[in-house]
Design a protein around this ligand. Sequence first.
Ligand code: KG4
Ligand code: ZN
Length: 501
Amino acid sequence: MTDIKLLAASEDHLEAIMVLEHVCFGNDSWLEETMRFELLADHTRYFVLLEEDKLLGYAGLSKIPGSEQADVQTVAVSPEFRGRGFGRKLMDRLLAEAKTLKATDIFLEVRADNLPAQNLYETLGFEHIDTRKRYYQPDNVDAWIMRARLAPSNKTEPIVLGIESSCDETGIGIVRGNTLLANVISSSMDQHARFGGVVPEIAARAHLEALQPTLNQALHDAKVSMQDIDAIAVTNGPGLAGALMVGVGAAKALAVASGKPIYAVNHLVGHVGVDVLEGDLELPTIALLVSGGHTSLLLVRDLLDDVTLLGETIDDAAGEAFDKVARLLGLSYPGGPAIDKAAASGDPKAIRFPRGLTLPKDMEKHRYDFSFSGLKTAVARWVEVAEAKGEDFSMADVAASFREAVADVLTAKAIAACNDHGIKRLLLGGGVVANARLRELASERCAANGIEMRIPALSLCTDNGAMIAALGAQLVMAGRAPSSLEFGVDSTLSVEMVQTV
Ligand code: KG4
Ligand code: ZN
């Protein structure tokens, strides 16, 4: 079930929608031109349900600005996928959207002879209020008009518990709306030190041991009990599969035992969403996420519905490069802080290390992608050669030059993304954001390009449960339906999939 996506529809989906439209509605199908207009109109909201790239269904509503009434325009599920709850998922999404648009009532029409659909709508709160005689031709079938009243949720600030276990941090966070109540982290980093990198099996075992005490501490810090929690959010990807499974298993157990709704959320989007805990998250924004596990450039137009991956590392993550280079220089793990410290007294211009994927030919195909493995090899070669020659080189210069190369590429590509898209905002996240030179260069280059830079507090940049809770709270406040308990983990979950429904 993990690869089912519910996304805002775009013109890219039009072709598949028209195919399904004909399958579902035959001669009553809309014309392609009408469908395109409805998909793109300002007063409509359309959504698609996809499995991989296959369209399972779509649905849309309209709401005229100024009116308090929303109308379901269409709900279609491919015949081979009926009876699996997909119609309900689409309807849940429409109801949430209608609430977001501040509609007080939502209407729909359904064939008088379509009992399964009527039953579904009734369980969603619709009632039969009127009948249009012989509305559906040529079969002479009546249309039922059904209406649901949309009570604005009176609880505007839900208390959400967030569970993060995608890598080596067991994070439990608790938020009330956009307010942070607790952020407790238990890291297994020390246990990985002698291996020079995170060992998945060790991380998973450590999560299992740390979860309960970390949860207790978070409840204690937030001064709440499990009864006060309105919803549970958990990372279900991307990350280490075994590690993710521990957090997801725990979250499901808590949800079942407490009867609370559960939201399966995307770790990477959590790194962006965490910014709501530090004031308004201004959108659209470009986001650069750099840690031991990921190096990604995102274009975020809407936190819950429109996150695009512009580029990512094609080999090592930036933090991983720091860890590997530190190891070959004989510095301690994690490598980032050790290199930062060593670099402080070095000359960043001493050695010109390569900047991955920045040659003109690479920039065509990989404009926003990163590569750090060549850089790591270049540092290793340089040290080997210097040692072979018996040269007395400066470790500080090597560290500073390496750090400069990483900071240069990261910031250059992030700024290019901002300029190319005309978005004068850059949000940084992930553990590598602690890097002194990266912060300095990013702030210099942002200032030079008129770009506003945001960096959440470091405790919110490194992996943590508060970011998962914060993203979960956004979903709850937007009226999104919880995830079904069938979701699994996905170590390569796409950033576009904010919530696994
Ligand atoms: O986000 P994070 O805490 O955990 C995950 O990777 O999931 O990031 C940890 C990474 C490590 O690779 C570490 O070496 C790197 O962030 N890091 C740094 C610095 N502090 C931590 N890298 C560069 N400079 C730093 N000061
Ligand atoms: Zn992370």
